[in-house]
Design a protein around this ligand. Structure first.
Ligand code: NDP
Length: 403
């Protein structure tokens, strides 16, 4: 019998939904690179329902309890008195989502004497101190590709909404106005602009493909260059340094994992090298940008807009500068947790658990850490070291907010 602790975001404030806007989801056969979708032996949920919040339980309760495991679900994750901190002490398996991360710092991992498996229901396991997980022999797995296309769609939406000044224009309508000049004084066309991605993996490349029909000039920087055929197909300009790319681009989208090499990459120095009036989109991880440098650049006009859905910590403080800085299009961390994405990562978590309990290998594309070292996808996408922290900062926010 194992104890499985699952940390999910809160249910909607008006209660768990009784009905949904649509009746079905499109059926996908494969991901764009040919990888197969999650393939658990069975699922106990209806795709298209809310699975990522506490009452959705990732559709796992029946499966886990029928096998005799203890399954606890909570949203109370931060600080020494949280439910998660308490239950972690003898948990065998932890499941958490990047949207509402249960930070597994070295200190927490040291107290989690029984922990053997940490699953990310989504993509991006930087909320786990991977170095400490390696040192303690904990397996870390995530559901690679489950929401990559969801995020790439969000990137295109955010680029268009900033460049065309959508959010302030919408706001004028809600407020009863018809202020055309106010709306268009900051409105441009994307056509003809130089658009670059930092990182052209699953999300970055999918964003490039979706942007191509807008007749833009596409750029990328990467640790490993894309195949010649892909560069030709999309008309890509490759840069071996982020600096040479940012000085040419009108729009930059960030699509790398957070690891020691990318932490605070976009600070004052790199932002100063960008074109005046560039737009910066970050759906990767909040800590890849220096939060104060971004706010300063928006105030000075060095950046014309910043949008994204990733913050640090999550949830961020009420006075986080990104809530109130000018010309931003921030949302909570939602791009990778659309209802279809939830169905895929819930099925992926089930597949990982089925393998784990049957002592079968977890697919390499889901593995981040195994047997004390970066493994599978983790060996490709991450570097050793720690970028976690977070839990204490998030707990301070909850205390300040009286939650
Ligand atoms: P991939 O691993 O497919 O792509 C990431 C790419 O970034 C890789 O090609 C990697 O290169 C490259 N890279 C790593 N470090 C650098 C660097 N220093 N400079 C340039 N390129 C670099 O991951 P995904 O595209 O699926 O996801 C990217 C990130 O997006 C995730 O790690 C996660 O943090 C975030 N994400 C956000 C979501 C959201 O809801 N907002 C949901 C899903 C993911 P190489 O191949 O050479 O290692």
């Amino acid at each position: 019998m194992s104890k499985v602790v699952c940390v999910l975001y809160d249910d909607p404030v008006d209660g768990y939904p009784k009905s949904y806007a649509r009746d079905s989801l499109p059926k996908l056969e494969r991901y764009p690179d040919g990888q197969t979708l999650p393939a658990p032996q069975a699922i106990d949920f209806k795709p298209g329902t809310l699975l990522g919040s506490v009452s959705g339980e990732l559709g796992l309760r029946k499966f886990l309890e029928s096998k005799g495991h203890k399954f606890l679900v909570t949203s109370d994750k931060d600080g020494p008195n949280s439910f998660f901190e308490h239950e972690l002490a003898d948990a065998d398996v932890v499941i958490s989502q990047p949207f509402w991360p249960a930070y597994l710092t070295a200190e927490r991992l040291a107290r989690a004497k029984n922990l053997k498996l940490a699953i990310t229901a989504g993509i991006g396991s930087d909320h786990v101190d991977l170095q400490a997980a390696m040192d303690k022999g904990i397996t870390v797995a995530e559901v690679t590709y489950c929401n990559s296309i969801s995020v790439s769609e969000h990137i295109v939406m955010m680029i268009l909404s900033l460049v065309r000044n959508y959010i302030p224009s919408y706001q004028w309508v809600v407020e009863g106005g018809w202020n055309i000049a106010d709306c268009v004084a900051r409105s441009y066309d994307l056509e003809g602009m130089n658009v670059g991605t930092v990182g052209a993996g699953r999300i970055g490349l999918a964003a490039l493909r979706r942007l191509k029909p807008f007749d833009v000039k596409l750029h990328y920087t990467e640790r490993h260059r894309l195949p010649d055929a892909v560069e030709k197909e999309l008309g890509l300009t490759y840069h071996d340094h982020v600096e040479s790319m940012v000085k040419l681009c009108d729009v930059i989208t960030i699509n790398t994992p957070l690891h020691p090499e990318t932490e605070h990459m976009f600070g004052d120095a790199l932002i100063a090298k960008m074109k005046r009036g560039a737009y910066l989109i970050n759906t990767a991880r909040g800590k890849i940008c220096d939060e104060n440098a971004v706010a300063r650049a928006l105030k000075s006009g060095q950046l014309a807009g910043y949008a994204g859905d990733v913050w640090f910590p999550q949830p961020p403080a009420k006075d986080h500068p990104w809530r109130t800085m000018p010309h931003h299009g921030m949302t909570p961390h939602v791009s990778g947790t659309s209802l279809p994405a939830q169905a895929r990562y819930a099925a992926g978590v089930r597949e990982i658990l089925e393998c784990w309990f049957a002592r079968k290998p977890i697919r390499p594309e889901y593995l981040i850490v195994e047997n004390g070292k970066l493994a599978g996808m983790g060996a490709h996408s991450y570097s050793a070291g720690n970028v976690t922290e977070g839990s204490e900062a998030a707990a301070r926010y909850r205390r300040a907010a009286g939650r």
